[in-house]
Design a protein around this ligand. Structure first.
Ligand code: NAD
Length: 256
């Protein structure tokens, strides 16, 4: 059991990837605070995990939410060793039509919330004597723009930058920070993906499929385990090579 006795907060735990992370964490011996704005979705996941997990319902866009999450985790678990900033939104709107409200909603959810929670969790980790891991869920969109995702790409690029700052400022307290970048993952109820987008991404993937939530959960478990003791500040991509190049291009030289 690679996370035996670790006390973890997983945000967006009612979603596809967050639920897989929660299951993998419990299987590795962790105890969990499951955070989501959707109470029913989080409670559905908790029901399958039993006493190892409890639910804290919060809208992480609210400035006061981060302190409340950390207080709830400390109260129920006795401390906090791992934070997984996984909650996120990925709406899609062309740049020329982008309303301020949507830009703000995505930046608040994907960047401001995770920053505040990372800061609150890090303060708690330092106060309990140091040590800990913070994982930020980023995306290939952080490095590679795509139509309609100016806010999403900006939020994830900035979050990967936050990971690097956490790594360099918190390393002396024994705290590591890692970005995990999942490939296309199907099944979100909150941010559904169109068939054309899904088809195009799978066609360009060297392994020819979408990521399974369990693929990403396995990387998060590794990042939080002692096996990753010297990994900090970097991005672990779980995208089947999707960001490695243009797999769907033909050969450039005429053949035959
Ligand atoms: N699905 C993909 O293809 C993909 C690819 C790359 C990165 N990601 C990232 O992985 C993470 C998880 O994505 P997913 O596919 O599981 O999405 P999802 O929509 O299934 O889950 C996200 C969860 O976050 C919760 N959430 C959203 N806003 C919140 C808020 N303000 N406060 C609290 N909870 C909130 C939602 O209720 C939901 O349960 C996200 O950060 C996403 O950007 C997803």
């Amino acid at each position: 059991m690679r996370l035996q006795g670790r006390r973890a907060v997983v945000t967006g735990a009612g979603g596809v990837i967050g639920a897989a992370i929660a299951r993998a964490f419990v299987a590795e011996g962790a105890r969990l605070c499951l955070v989501d704005v959707r109470a029913e979705a989080a409670e559905r996941e908790q029901a399958g995990l039993g006493a190892a997990a409890f639910v804290h319902v919060a809208d992480l866009r609210a400035p006061a939410a981060a302190e409340a999450v950390v207080e709830a985790a400390r109260g129920a678990l006795g401390g906090i060793d791992i934070l997984v900033n996984n909650a996120g939104l990925y709406p899609n709107t062309p740049l020329l039509e982008m309303p301020d409200e949507e830009w703000d909603r995505v930046i608040d959810t994907n960047l401001n919330g995770p920053f505040r929670l990372a800061r609150a969790a890090a303060r708690a980790m330092v106060a309990q004597g140091g040590g800990g891991v913070i994982v930020n869920m980023v995306s290939g969109a952080a490095d590679s723009a795509r139509p309609g995702s100016v806010h999403y790409s900006a939020s994830k690029a900035a979050l990967a930058s936050v990971t690097r700052s956490l790594a360099i400022e918190l390393g002396r307290h024994g705290i590591r920070a890692v970005s995990v970048s999942p490939g296309l993952t199907l099944g979100s109820e909150v941010s559904p993906l169109s068939e054309e987008y899904t088809r195009a991404l799978i066609a360009g993937n060297p392994l020819g499929r979408a990521a399974r939530p369990e693929d990403t959960a396995a990387a998060v478990v590794f990042a939080c385990s002692d096996e990753a003791a010297f990994i900090s500040g970097s991005v672990i991509k779980v995208d089947g090579g999707g960001s490695a190049g243009r797999a769907s291009l033909p050969l450039s030289t005429p053949r035959g």
